[in-house]
Design a protein around this ligand. Structure first.
Ligand SMILES: Cc1cc2nc3c(=O)[nH]c(=O)nc-3n(C[C@H](O)[C@H](O)[C@H](O)COP(=O)(O)OP(=O)(O)OC[C@H]3O[C@@H](n4cnc5c(N)ncnc54)[C@H](O)[C@@H]3O)c2cc1C
Length: 422
């Protein structure tokens, strides 16, 4: 994050986050990449000891009462350690706890948020199923009403942190016959009888973060574990897309940053044709482009965070977090791509960590909603916003500022998308 845009208090937490990054043992990062470590419990415990998780939540529940801009800044710093570490940092404290803080009861906050932020328990978010992740409302995991409890059956996959989680935030169908947006409920599911977790994916990157498949077989979930309202998962999902997308975007900035730093250092020392390679425009322009993209990404994350902090309306926030996620993750992937390119063959080896970063950040535009899904939401919200505002705001008719502003030549189908109910 840009230093000059942060308050003294934010800068202090930024420095605390940087001290935490310094603390991280190198061997832990290497052992995660080779799957020797399957879940970095000590990393989360240390983050909790330093009170770095969930900093935007009220102090009452273990946060620091800070804002989204501070969260983005911390996520960027943590992201520099490696994408998988930022993923596990994010899913429990920033996603699962966000849903409980915003929609849960005080009892749930006491039981599930406080101890998680203290590093005593861990959590994972279960949305994606083998049949698909993009179509949230197509969930097939079912929870049937059995009086005092719900009986949960189904399967979730690609769940970060599953290996070490003590509880799961699970979306399940409770009213299969209802309209999709009124058919799903969000539950807190303890790791009890009937919950089977398998750490089984041969991931390209982001290893060691406990990513697994979860099968729920006749799991009894008490009614008090519903988060929000029965059949009200849409409301939970609606707010959870903020930490999912803005958090992911911010940590990707952090993950890409070391690649650019390493490439800058290397190209300022390496010679070819008798010259330092940074003196070739073909090299330095790629480095400059990467620096520009990283700054543009930061600026976008900051503006979006401010929109959330300042209470922008929800449709606008949906668009801003979705377009931020797409732009920032893809820009950061380009940053890493350029960094590898300007270093030549050595960057493709494990002498430098760029090959790991390259593998890791490939996930950024896939998880927590693909780039295509981000475009789908952005397009939907943009058209809706444009036509809603157009109806409200008296603005200049720019179409008439043309030499031949002839209405007869403007041929449309009369049934425009807006009239059809976009
Ligand atoms: C390492 C890793 C960690 C993950 N962690 C978690 C986690 O912790 N919790 C969790 O719930 N999930 C997690 N996921 C799942 C991830 O969020 C999904 O993989 C992702 O949302 C896409 O779902 P899918 O893989 O089922 O692809 P699909 O939904 O099958 O999509 C396949 C392709 O079709 C495209 N597509 C789908 N619908 C549309 C459309 N309407 N318009 C245009 N294109 C479309 C998609 O963009 C994609 O390119 C993780 C995944 C990985 C790989």
């Amino acid at each position: 994050m840009f230093d000059y845009m942060l308050t003294k208090e934010q800068l202090k937490i930024r420095d605390e986050a940087r001290e935490f990054v310094q603390w991280m043992p190198r061997q832990m990062i290497l052992d995660m990449d080779t799957d020797k470590i399957k879940f970095p419990k000590e990393f989360l415990q240390e983050a909790a000891r330093r009170n770095l998780m969930g900093c935007r939540y009220p102090k009452q529940w273990g946060g620091r009462g800070m804002d989204w801009a501070t969260t983005c800044m911390i996520m960027e710093e943590v992201g520099t350690l490696g994408y998988e570490l930022a993923c596990v940092f994010g899913v429990g404290a920033e996603l699962v706890c966000d849903a409980i803080i915003q929609h849960g009861t005080d009892e749930q906050k006491e039981k599930y948020v406080k101890p998680l932020l203290q590093g005593k328990i861990f959590a994972a978010e279960c949305l994606t199923e083998p049949r698909g992740g993009s179509d949230f409302f197509g969930a097939t995991t079912k929870a049937e009403d059995h009086g005092d409890y719900y009986l949960l059956n189904g399967m979730k996959r690609f769940i970060v942190g599953a290996e070490g989680a003590d509880y799961f935030l699970v979306y399940a169908k409770t009213s299969p016959e209802a309209k999709p947006q009124e058919s799903i409920t969000c539950f807190i599911v303890d790791r009890t009888e009937g919950v089977e977790v398998k750490y089984l994916y041969g991931l390209m990157g982001c290893r060691g973060g406990g990513t697994g498949r979860i099968v729920f077989r006749n799991v009894k979930v008490p009614k008090e574990n519903i988060v929000g309202k029965l059949n009200g998962a849409y409301a939970v999902f609606n707010t959870m897309m903020i930490p999912e997308r803005l958090g992911t975007a911010s940590m990707t900035i952090g993950a890409a940053r070391p690649a650019l730093e390493i490439a800058t250092n290397y190209t300022a020392r390496r010679k070819a044709f008798g010259q330092i390679i940074a003196q070739f425009e073909g090299v330095s322009f790629q480095v400059a482009e990467a620096a520009m993209l990283l700054d543009a990404a930061r600026a976008m994350a900051y503006v979006t965070a401010k929109a959330v902090d300042n209470g922008a309306d929800m449709p606008r926030i949906r668009r801003m977090v979705s377009q931020s996620k797409k732009f920032i993750t893809e820009s950061c992937q380009k940053v890493v791509h350029n960094s590898m390119q300007v270093m030549g063959g050595i960057a493709y080896t494990n002498v430098f960590p760029i090959e790991r970063i390259y593998r890791d950040v490939r996930l950024a535009s896939i998880w927590t909603g693909t780039s295509e899904v981000m475009s789908m939401i952005s397009a939907h919200e943009w058209y809706r916003e444009y036509f809603t505002q157009k109806a409200k705001i008296q603005s200049r008719d720019y179409e008439l500022d043309a030499q031949e502003a002839n209405e007869d030549e403007k041929i449309y189908d009369d049934d425009d998308m807006w009239k059809k109910g976009w």
